[in-house]
Design a protein. Sequence first.
Length: 424
Amino acid sequence: MERPRRREVARVAETLAGRCVVASVTASQLPKMAGRSHSRGSVPGTPLLPPVQQPSTPGPDLLALEEEYKRLNAELQAKTADVVQQAKEIIRDRQEVRSRPLSTQMKSCDDKDGYSLRGPLPSEGIVHLHSETKPKTKNIDPIKKVENKLHSADKGRKTNSSVKLKYSDVQTANDVAIPEDFSDFSLAETFSKIEGQLEEEGLPEYIDDIFSGASNDIGAEAQLRFLKAKLHVMQEELDNVACECNKKEDEIQNLKLQVKNFEEDFMKQQRTIHMQQSQVEKYKTLFEEANKKCGGLEQQLSSVEKELEDKRRLQKQAASSQSAAEVRLNRALEEAEKYKLELNKLRQNNKDITNEHHKKIEVLKSENKKLEKQKGELILGFKKQLKLIDVLKRQKMHFEAAKMLSFTEEEFMKALEWNGEINK
């Protein structure tokens, strides 16, 4: 029952994954090709090369690739839309199946298979066994019966849907009836009710197909024990089936999440594809502009080449004139070297002459110093002689004055005595 669902979900996942891979390959290749064409169109800093004739329109291979990618993209979008529509239909059918009550699901299964999963329930909620007669040799496992019924119901609906059964809504076995209020169902109470009914009323009049092959002489207690054991086994089988259904439901939820993730990835890839298409258009315009720029650059290149030829011609003329100038310069340098040597010789001679003059000046200076010293000594001697003359003149004057005023001792004594007498 779950295998077709898994196969369909795996098919959806593979389709979405293939679509994402193709979209990513397309997105990765288109910018590269556009980037190559754009980089070929204008690359700054490259040396000047000979003019190359480039087409003014994009190459046929690029246009063919672009058309092929667009066609593949349209096909993938159509396939993806179909897959998403199928997935939505499957999810809607599952929701419809879940929204139906359990009784209608069981009735639909009974209508398809020709037998009922539930037996008649009394008004008191007491559990009875099936009263319908069944073949004695047919003893099918309840789990397989439930799976076959659900599988046949799914085939009748033409969709792979699952019946959602939680622990509170446990699926019934083939040979066990369900109480009216299943949420308040208790196995111990049911056993006690069955025992009380058997004690009061005895065994039912109808013959169950469980004991169809056994003897009718089996006691009530043995039948009750047998029914209890069978009921216990059926309850365990019901629990196992409920666990399996819960697991399958969890798997369905996980697959739903995966489908949702795939849809989100698909939308993201759609957005990226639209962005890349806009980028392709932009790169086309850039490519055309680059071709126009390339034509202008080719014209500039031809003019630059003409200027380069003129410059080369001028360079050759300048080289020839430069060679003549270099010859003249070499001659001038040789003459300059000669003049430098002569100048150095003259400078050396001048240095020698100046050294000799300096030596003569030093000798004259030393002699002048000696003469100055002698002159000073003569001046000192002359000054001493003048002083001596002055002293002699003074001595002469003193002698003359002494001669004029010469007194004798006697006259002096007389003068003194005369002065003494006058004083008296």
